[in-house]
Unconditional design. Structure first.
Length: 293
């Protein structure tokens, strides 16, 4: 991915979303574009207009911490957006993004017995490992039952014939945007779509040279208008924790809480654990699903 273009589009989309009123500036006068003017951002960030214009052209290499902090304040970036800006700046300076160790192949992780044993030890919750490209790398028994729309009825971690993941590693982004079954599985499909793309954007900022991620973005951009629109928005996000609604084809609607855990032995991989509130209808439905396997 072109770092200068990424910087340019990220800064312009952040500037476009902020109104003068939000930062205490008068809104008088015709505005040819939405949001703040370059001169206004420069003033808020404590920069010259010429220097900010240079940054917005993508020339962020060599920008000091003070300059980047000024952009964070002026553009009202949240924590995830701040981290993304730092990743873009590090890439421009030729520094490995986020200080991450070099990533190992996901095939090594999925074949590691101890990881499989750990997942299998989690018996009352959905547990799975996802890589930075939205691939399902490993799952426990309940996750295989829960994610049958993604990985197939036989639970062999490959989609069934006719699905978007048929014959290859199951991928949550490909399922989200290319498989019609996703709209049934995710009652809040639009929200899931935004979360998925926001996460992929953040990953692309951390490792812009990830060829497999670039190929996935290219495939989804070609085949999904919704993905193209969301990708062009340059929104970034991380998960961490929260709740999600699903509609499983066997047990119906469930609301689950999730927690995300980094796998330090395999940089780039994360463990997700989904649980239901004890005694809730969702917990009963998960128990029913587990008993069917």
């Amino acid at each position: 991915m072109d770092n200068r273009q990424e910087v340019r589009e990220f800064l312009t989309t952040r500037r476009a979303r902020i109104t003068p009123e939000q930062v205490g500036l008068p809104s008088s006068g015709a505005r040819r574009v939405p949001g703040l003017r370059r001169s206004e951002v420069a003033t808020l960030a404590g920069l010259s207009v010429e220097y900010y214009a240079r940054l917005e052209r993508g020339q962020i290499g060599g920008a000091s911490a003070g300059v980047l902090d000024g952009l964070v304040r002026a553009l009202q970036l949240d924590e995830t957006e701040h981290a993304h800006l730092l990743d873009l700046a590090r890439t421009a300076d030729g520094i490995p993004a986020s200080g991450r160790a070099r990533r190992r192949s996901t095939s090594r992780a999925s074949s590691r017995p101890s990881l499989a044993w750990t997942l299998d030890a989690i018996t009352d919750a959905i547990a799975f490992v996802r890589d930075q490209r939205q691939n399902l790398v490993a799952t426990n028994k309940l996750a295989r039952a829960f994610y049958t729309p993604v990985i197939g009825e036989d639970g062999n971690e490959f989609g069934t014939e006719g699905t978007q993941n048929a014959g290859r590693q199951p991928n949550l982004a490909r399922f989200q945007f290319l498989d019609p079954a996703a709209r049934d599985f995710y009652p809040d499909w639009e929200k899931f779509a935004e979360m998925c793309v926001g996460n992929m954007r953040a990953e692309a900022g951390r490792d812009p040279h990830d060829r497999d991620l670039q190929d996935l973005v290219g495939e989804l951009s070609t085949r999904s208008e919704t993905f193209r629109r969301l990708w062009a928005a340059h929104d970034v996000r991380t998960h961490g924790a929260g709740t999600k609604r699903f509609h499983h084809p066997v047990v119906g609607e469930v609301t689950l809480a999730y927690e995300e855990f980094a796998i330090t032995a395999e940089p780039g991989l994360v463990l997700y654990v989904y649980t239901a509130e004890p005694g809730s209808p969702s917990a009963e439905r998960l128990h029913l699903l587990a008993s069917r396997r």
